[in-house]
Each structure stands twice: as C-alpha cells, then as structure tokens.
Write a protein that binds this ligand. Structure first.
Ligand SMILES: [Zn+2]
Length: 235
C-alpha cells in the first residue's frame, strides 16, 4: 500500500506495527484471529494488549464482547484511527471526553463499589472521621504503563472515592507488564493463593498471618511467652 510502511519494520514500536499490520494485512471491516495476530508478531509478548492500546488513538477493534456475531478468538478491525506511524500522531490523549452514565455505572459495578485506592466502600464512614464523613465514589482515570516496547500510556477507568481523587498527590500509575513479571516469579503456591484473593477480590489471611496479627498486638510479657514456645517447638 502506497505511503504505508511495512509492519515488519522494527524501527517502530509494537503498537505502531500492530496498526500497520491491521491496515496492510487485515483490512478495515475484516475479521482476524488471535492466532493470526500472534503469528504476525511471534517475538512480542502481550501483543493483544499493544493492539488494544490503539483504541486510545481512535482505532475501533471489536471483540466478541462488543460484537456477539464474532467468535471468542475473533476480533474485527472496524475502523482506522490516527496514523500512529507518523511522528507526533501517537501521543495518547491525556483526557478524554466525559463519561456517559452507563459507562460510569459499569465501572462502579466492575470495581464492586470499592475505592481502588483506599478500599473504602460506597457510603462507608472513614475511620479517622469518627463516623461523620461517608465515602462518595467517583470514576477517575488511572495511567497504565507497559514497560514493554510501547511507551504510550493507556488511561483506564477506575473507581475512586472523592477523598482519594482529591488527594492532590502524584497521579497513581501502574506498570502492568512489570506487575505481571512479578506475578510470574511467584512460587506456584503463592500464585494459587493470589488467584484465590483475586476471586474473592480481597486478601484472605493464611493461618500464619492470623497468628502474626494477634502476636504483634500482645504486651511484651506475652510476646516473650510466645517467643519461648515457638523456640521450643522449632528446637
Ligand atoms: Zn479512597
């Protein structure tokens, strides 16, 4: 295609190469599968995510969730957005237009009506307010970075209480790829425990953590007694 660089040109970041692949290999309106995408970028981990980054640049790529006529492994390249391969066109918009009521309601529901910064629930009282100040939840944008090839941050919606949103501190941000690497490095037992916490959307305490929680509140004399007992047990 005239004027459009090759998606195999590695001088571009992965997100840009994914855009070029869509335009030159898939074509607007056409369906592609996850397998085709991975085969086109065999050396790139998290290619699905890089592809999703294009949505921040006005690209529309539907999954089976957006379009029930698609199979689960299929996606449709609906329309092209910004020409991200042209320098200066790949800057992510800092803020997008305001949310619809339905989008807002979905974010709150997805987040179980909990502030994802401090954990307080809608209408719960802040502990330090003596029960006087109740939490109000808002939806805000959180910067999500990928330490992989694409340096373009993505902004995802998250539930935050008014207090955390007005915190005035630095914007919270997370490097998702770095987190995923940490998760991969956990021991299998820890990964299973982590999966349980994710299911429950809260940390469940193992017996040793419960014991520690009680121990640390003990007066010195009692702590000494426990210390002696464990020392006898472990020899
Ligand atoms: Zn909060």
């Amino acid at each position: 295609m005239e004027g459009i660089p090759s998606y195999q040109d590695k001088k571009f970041g992965t997100m840009v190469r994914a855009a070029l692949w869509l335009v030159t290999e898939v074509g607007e309106g056409r369906i592609f599968t996850k397998t085709q995408l991975r085969e086109a970028f065999p050396e790139v981990s998290q290619i699905d995510r890089r592809l999703r980054d294009l949505r921040d640049h006005g690209w529309r790529i539907d999954t089976s969730r957006d379009d029930p006529s698609l199979l689960q492994q299929e996606q449709r390249f609906v329309t092209r957005g910004a020409d991200v391969w042209i320098p200066g066109r790949s800057k992510a918009p800092r803020h997008k237009s305001s949310l619809t009521a339905a989008q807002r309601a979905k974010v709150l529901q997805d987040d179980n009506y909990l502030c994802r910064s401090c954990g307080i629930g809608a209408g719960e009282a802040y502990e330090d307010s003596g029960g006087m100040e109740l939490a109000k939840l808002n939806v805000s944008r959180r910067k999500v970075l990928h330490s992989g090839e694409s340096k373009v941050p993505e902004y995802q919606l998250v539930t935050e209480c008014k207090r955390c949103g007005n915190g005035g501190g630095p914007d919270r941000e997370v490097d998702l790829d770095a987190l995923l690497e940490l998760v991969e490095d956990l021991a299998p037992l820890e990964q299973r425990l982590f999966a349980k916490w994710i299911d429950a959307d809260q940390r469940t305490f193992s017996p040793i953590e419960k014991v520690w929680g009680i121990y640390r509140t003990l007066p010195q004399e009692s702590r000494g007694e426990v210390a002696k007992a464990i020392s006898d047990m472990t020899g």
